[in-house]
Write a protein that binds this ligand. Structure first.
Ligand code: ADP
Ligand code: MG
Length: 348
């Protein structure tokens, strides 16, 4: 929970727009050779020589995508960058730059934006990317953050959602459901805090899943690992909306079907125990929870030896002909059609 630390509150109007931009971005250092001109002119200039350029953008809206009563701004800045980088990695590309646009109300003091930018800077350093621009404007109510990530990929290395073939293996990185269960814990503690603000919850038993929610990482390491293994997936997507929704994207765009096996879905022990505590089915959480930012990809069976026994990867099923449909095979050996539930931002 965010406690009132009697922080300093410098009004944004004291700095003015240019002063604010200058203040927030003065520490950013250029790391990529492709960054020719960064913040400070009318536009950034990038030079990718003979590589392909990858561009992706996300918009985050307060109260829709994040709740500042339990999300520290530093984490929010970090996560806003990371979720965009995840989309670049899902193309099997290298992320190189981001632009950051914000709309803020005068409810936010300068110190709040410093926290947000501290998170952005940390992510930029860890993922070795440059912040090369953005836009700053006022908002009458909440905070809006829009981040655009840019990346590069060599010819024929990029991977689309559309390349999966029947008999390919379906592979997922890491484990699933953690971010969703972390959110359940945070929501519960928020309610407890509303009733008694002196209550200091013990969140230690939930540390992994809370970190998955508040400070997720993008799988930059997997793009490198695939390169080292000389393995090019036939299709790939990042798991932002839950496994079922992402599998259906691959199947639809590749014009194929699939079987996935419930018993093969990777779950962390903390996800299993928290699901038991909340009386939620862990398979449902893994299928529909979302925000795990793992990668889901398909590979030819010929490449099986390259991934077997690697702890980063779980083979959860295989691709079939389109007419076979898309199914989850349960532990009880029943076949259930996969439905996309995912995050429904547009539902009340
Ligand atoms: P313009 O009037 O051309 O939109 P701005 O004054 O908005 O220019 O921006 C000046 C410079 O600062 C540009 O390089 C822009 O990309 C960068 N910039 C503006 N806002 C942000 C921000 N929130 N974060 C990072 N860079 C920013
Ligand atoms: Mg501007």
């Amino acid at each position: 929970m965010i406690e009132d630390k009697n922080q300093q509150r410098t009004q944004l109007s004291d700095l003015g727009e240019f002063g604010l931009i200058e203040h927030l971005t003065k520490n950013f250092k250029i790391k990529q050779t492709s960054t020719i001109k960064s913040i400070g002119d009318d536009a950034a200039i990038l030079d990718f020589k003979n590589k392909k350029v990858v561009v992706t953008t996300d918009l985050l809206v307060e109260s829709v995508h994040f709740d500042l009563s339990y999300v520290p701004l530093k984490h929010l800045g970090y996560k806003a960058v990371v979720v965009n980088l995840s989309d670049v990695y899902a193309m099997n590309a290298t992320a190189t730059q981001v632009t950051v646009s914000i709309a803020v109300s005068n409810r936010f003091p300068l110190e709040a934006l410093e926290d947000l930018y501290a998170g952005i800077e940390t992510a930029a350093n860890i993922y070795n990317i440059d912040v090369v621009g953005g836009d700053t404007t006022s908002s009458t109510t909440g905070l809006l953050i829009s981040i655009t990530a840019i990346g590069e990929v060599e010819n024929d290395v990029e991977v689309y959602r559309s390349g999966a073939n029947p008999s390919d293996l379906l592979v997922v990185t890491g484990d699933l459901g953690g971010a969703y269960m972390g959110l359940q814990v945070l929501e519960r503690e928020k309610e407890v805090y509303k009733v008694n603000s002196n209550n200091q919850p013990d969140l230690e038993p939930y540390s992994y899943i809370i970190e998955r929610q508040l400070k997720p990482e993008a799988r930059k390491d997997i793009v490198k690992l695939l390169k080292d293994l000389e393995l090019k997936p036939t299709a790939m997507i990042d798991i932002s909306d839950g496994l079922s929704s992402e599998i259906l994207h691959i199947c639809k765009q590749s014009k194929v079907g699939c079987d996935i096996y419930e018993e093969k879905i990777p779950l962390d022990p903390q996800v299993i125990s928290t699901c038991e505590e909340f009386n939620i089915d862990s398979t449902t959480v893994a299928l529909n929870g979302g925000e795990d930012y793992e990668l889901l990809f398909t590979i030819s069976q010929d490449d099986y030896s390259k991934i077997k026994a690697n702890p980063n990867f779980s083979i959860i099923g295989h691709i079939k002909e389109e007419g076979a449909g898309t199914h989850l095979v349960t532990r009880a050996d029943t076949r259930i059609p996969i439905k996309a539930q995912g995050w429904k931002n547009f539902n009340a």
